[in-house]
Design a protein around this ligand. Structure first.
Ligand code: AMP
Length: 210
């Protein structure tokens, strides 16, 4: 039987609450950054939300690949696209959506620290208690032992397509697939979403990880 992870569905309202909370923590520390570096892809949307909350204008992306398709670690964390802008003498805040092993944010922090910034701090919307790297700021902690795969709004269709693909090993029927995903992942997906994912083709190869 295919391996389905237990899931938690995150909403846009959650994302706004998490970015507001991190913005409050940053302000309370009086550590407003000059530049926010979003880890792509998970931290890309969060970094734009945080930039809005904090009024930060400079936003950079750093591509780190670690997890492959939904809920499977397929490699060691690796920087596959380096920082494309200078952080010389800048106060930098790195942001990811979640620290799970913590390897992505740890590696990204080292990468930025080597580029002579004035300060490097890190943040994640969610932090799992077992992570080996603890970000400077996080909005919510998932206790060690309560691991779940978080279906973020910016990863929703990728995750749904993946669960539908796994379910198709057992059935091609929309209702049966809905039930399989409900029972094994704890996700109550709308029928139309399952049907849409069923009719979607395979994603391009380059989107298989990150
Ligand atoms: P890690 O290097 O293990 O801390 O994982 C970092 C990246 O993998 C994050 O940016 C997420 O995009 C993805 N990821 C890892 N674990 C999870 C999870 N439990 N739920 C959702 N996404 C995750």
């Amino acid at each position: 039987m295919a391996d389905f992870p237990q899931c938690r569905l995150a909403t846009w309202a959650d994302a706004d609450r998490w970015s507001a909370r991190i913005a409050d923590q940053v302000r309370a520390a009086d550590h407003l950054p000059d530049v926010i570096v979003g880890l792509t892809r998970g931290g890309w949307v969060p970094s734009r939300l945080l930039a809005d909350h904090l009024g930060v204008k400079r936003l950079l992306a750093l591509r780190v690949q670690h997890w492959g398709i939904t809920a499977t670690v397929s490699r060691a964390a690796e920087i596959t696209e380096a920082l494309h802008g200078s952080v010389d003498d800048a106060r930098v805040l790195l942001l990811d959506d979640i620290t799970d092993t913590g390897e992505s944010l740890e590696l990204a922090t080292k990468h930025v620290a080597e580029r002579r910034p004035a300060r490097v701090e890190s943040a994640a919307f969610l932090h799992i208690g077992h992570a080996k790297f603890v970000p400077t700021y996080y909005a919510e902690e998932i206790p060690r032992g309560s691991w779940v795969w978080v279906v973020f709004p910016w990863n929703y269709w990728e995750d749904v397509r993946h669960f539908v693909r796994l379910s198709r090993e057992e059935s091609d029927d929309v209702e049966v697939i809905r039930r399989i995903i409900g029972e094994r992942c704890g996700l109550d997906l709308p029928r139309e979403h399952v049907a849409k994912a069923l009719s979607a083709g395979e994603p391009p190869k380059s989107s298989a990880a990150g």
